[in-house]
Design a protein around this ligand. Structure first.
Ligand code: GTP
Ligand code: MG
Length: 370
């Protein structure tokens, strides 16, 4: 049984710390808000305040609410989530751009990716692929470190005129560590200095054996500039996705992960989330990181307002109380009270990680008597 500080318990109960201290005083205990009490005392207090005792598990904090698995019969195929990685300027954004047929590169300051973009691409056979364009590997590593493994497949972009570079090797290592299958896109083959064979040989030194060399890692020679072999790259992704048999239950409260967040002057805190299971709807109440909110509106990757978003769909969500961080779990809950409870609990866990034990000072002794 775990000890808890009076303040943490107050947070979880959405009561004032001072009120708990008063109640404890009546029970014959002289404690401050920063002191810990045992589980029995905590339960007594909870009952005293007329709350139901409902323990929130650690799993709720790390991966969201309702960590239980979905029954096999509820699972439906979902689009693969593909992260594009590679060295600076090897053409990640250009490639994604060519696939989308949009002009993202042109709009970026200096052509350097400012943030993670998440886009869904429709294929002629009506299937879809979700792409994440990472600005660097930090985001990928950070998300993974936090248990947010959103990526199903990595497309490693290597410029054929430049070969393997430090960030290419980093990307290879991150991908291996994550246990995510990789497809190599050998880009810029339109350049006369292009040497795709050299890229394959360099990959061999990092134990990446592409199909051309007798291995099982798919490699595709492409040119983002000339739009060469983009269909082959998409086919390679589809093939890999089929092997993975990616499924999720669309008929449950949504669980998603934040891939990008910002504060917009006009619209307030915004988060781009990737739905992982369930369906997210306008009006849903959610907890994201240690904040909560209600979905006011959702905007898809084409800038259109949408009413719902299912598994593997990235959407921008309006209606957050604060700006979350990339990798934060985003979970729909049944009501606002539950949202506050989980948010407060997550906050208390964050606080506990920050300050293991706050010393009792004269100041908070007085504060607790208020
Ligand atoms: P960062 O986001 O800064 O890491 O770069 P990136 O990997 O997204 O590369 P980006 O798409 O911005 O492309 C870098 C440069 O390479 C741009 O000038 C592109 O026009 C050029 N480029 C990208 N793909 C090709 C290609 O297939 N052929 C040629 N010739 N140039 C390309
Ligand atoms: Mg880029």
């Amino acid at each position: 049984p775990e000890a808890i500080t009076v303040q943490e318990l107050a947070n979880r109960m959405a009561e004032r710390g001072a009120d708990l201290v008063k109640a404890l005083f009546k029970m014959g205990m002289m404690v401050t808000v920063n002191q810990t009490i045992d589980q029995d005392t905590a339960e007594l207090l909870v009952t005293e305040f007329g709350h139901n005792i409902k323990r929130v598990s650690e799993a709720d904090v790390e991966i969201g609410i309702g960590g239980e698995e979905d029954a096999p019969e509820t699972l439906r195929l979902r689009p693969p989530v593909v992260t594009i990685m590679g060295h600076v300027d090897h053409g990640k954004t250009s490639l994604l751009d060519a696939i989308r047929g949009a002009e993202v590169v042109a709009g970026e300051a200096g052509g350097i990716t400012q943030h993670i973009g998440a886009y869904q691409v429709g294929l002629p056979d009506k299937s879809k692929i979700t792409f994440l364009d990472t600005p660097g590997h930090e985001a990928f590593t950070e998300m993974r470190a936090r248990g947010a493994n959103v990526t199903d497949i990595v497309v490693l972009v290597v410029a054929a005129d430049d070969g393997l570079k430090p960030q290419t090797v980093e990307a290879i290592n991150h991908t291996k560590a994550a246990g995510v299958p990789m497809i190599v896109a050998i880009n810029k083959i339109d350049k006369h200095e292009a040497n795709p064979q050299k890229v394959r040989e360099e990959l061999l030194q990092h134990e990446i054996v592409v199909e051309d060399m007798g291995g099982d890692v798919q490699d595709v020679e492409v040119s983002a500039l000339k739009k060469t072999n983009l269909d082959k790259l998409l086919e390679a992704i589809q093939l890999q996705a089929e092997i993975l048999e990616l499924k999720a239950n669309p008929d449950r409260p949504a669980e998603a992960t934040v891939v990008e967040a910002k504060l917009d002057k006009g619209r307030g805190p915004l988060a781009t989330v990737l739905v992982q299971r369930g369906t997210l709807r306008v009006g849903d109440i959610f907890v994201v990181g240690a904040a909560s909110g209600k979905v006011r509106a959702m905007i898809d990757d084409k800038g259109r307002q949408v009413k719902e978003a299912g598994p593997s769909v990235p959407v921008e969500v309006l209606g957050l109380s604060a700006v979350p961080s990339a990798g934060d779990p985003f979970s729909v809950v049944e009501n606002e009270a539950r949202a506050r409870e989980v948010a407060a609990y997550r906050q208390s866990v964050l606080d506990r990680k920050r300050t293991t034990s706050a010393p009792v000072s004269l100041e908070n002794m007085f504060a607790s008597k208020a």
